[in-house]
Design a protein around this ligand. Sequence first.
Ligand code: PGA
Ligand code: ZN
Length: 439
Amino acid sequence: MSKTQIKNVHARHVWDSRGRPTIEVEVTLRYGAIGRAIAPAGASTGSAEVHELRDGGTRYGGYGVNGAINAVNGEIRKRLKGQPVQDQVAIDHLLIDCDGTSDLSRLGGNAIIATSMAVLRAAAAAEKLPLWQYLGTLRGESDANVLPLPEIQIFGGGAHAGQRVDIQDFMVIAVGASSYAEALEWTADVYRAAGEIMAEQNLLQGVADEGGFWPAFDSNEQALVTLTRAIEKSGHHPVHDIAISLDIAASEFGSNGLYKLNRDNRELSSDMLSGLLVDWVERFPIVSIEDPLGEDDPAGLHRFTWAVSKRVQVVGDDYLVTNAGKVEDAADKGICNAVLIKPNQAGTISSAKSAFDAARAVNFGAIISARSGETEDTTIVHLGVGWGVKQLKVGSFARSERMAKWNEGIRIAEAISISAGGDLPVDGNLPPRSAFPWA
Ligand code: PGA
Ligand code: ZN
């Protein structure tokens, strides 16, 4: 009997940052090591993500996860009992096989990702290692040698703020920071400055789903103007110190090549939206744009990538849904140059890792990302450091489901810097700043 054999798998009902039910899974090994993980949930989901199983009906507004919990405490527990945890790929195959559908709709992608993450955490616990270090050891490095560069939301929007503005995320990246801690400090300066500007203009109305300020703006562009002002007011240099990153999440306001910017009272063709974004790239210190066009608009995504990819990171989220095959196909077609890695889009740890490996193989950037519905779970921060993902996106600089992740990064950075004898630089692997029109 091996100490790494699974003795029990137990799922329970917990709550996420939107006050909605979600599933927590606890995996206990023979000698007592425990791994625990919670499934997050998106609001602006890509249509090809694995299926999140909700109960429907009236209880919990239809968001119940009792079906997913029963799947874990029934079929999944039975299948995993006695399995060794070191071979994550084998465990994930078992889970996918047990479900039997291509989109994990029978047992639920939420049931399966929570189980997959809990198994991984149990495997690290059995080795008495923090997860980031366990993963670093697996890839042949006694210590991970990279800390991801944080990408932090300042204003929320789109599906995370009742469509108050159309664009979903107005974020900053502290491209000039020399350490993870410095990147957080500079971002805190910008967040504070943005709050002061909002208060001065009577626009301060609380925060959106991911903790960014509620976007009480008259136009989408006003958010960009205010964000640039906030960077300047914070005392940091736009571009050299702190650059802007946008998640347009265009699938939320457009389909069939037609995009409706309600806040601006404009309807745009694919080329017109592309043109608007290129204009913004020229007028604002933007270094990264995610989902610039809809997931059903590969031709538009290709044209936009062609126009800006030398100077801007073009990130696929809804279009690539953390899928290795889609990343390879996009690289072939010249669509995007970076991918967002959200483990719950892929359904298992191993399929998320495959998407990250595919990105590396085709020379795409990668950002490991939380969802808009989150919890205190910090697994993605460990995955980011342990796998060597260069950027980390977990929402804003407020609300504890977000801060739990930034703070976990501080603990990991401290542990690494002690063993490395000094702070490790953060390097987001972004396009060279000299290429920006703003530089
Ligand atoms: P979601 O948003 O978690 O609501 O999908 C995050 C994102 O689009 O990056
Ligand atoms: Zn996105």
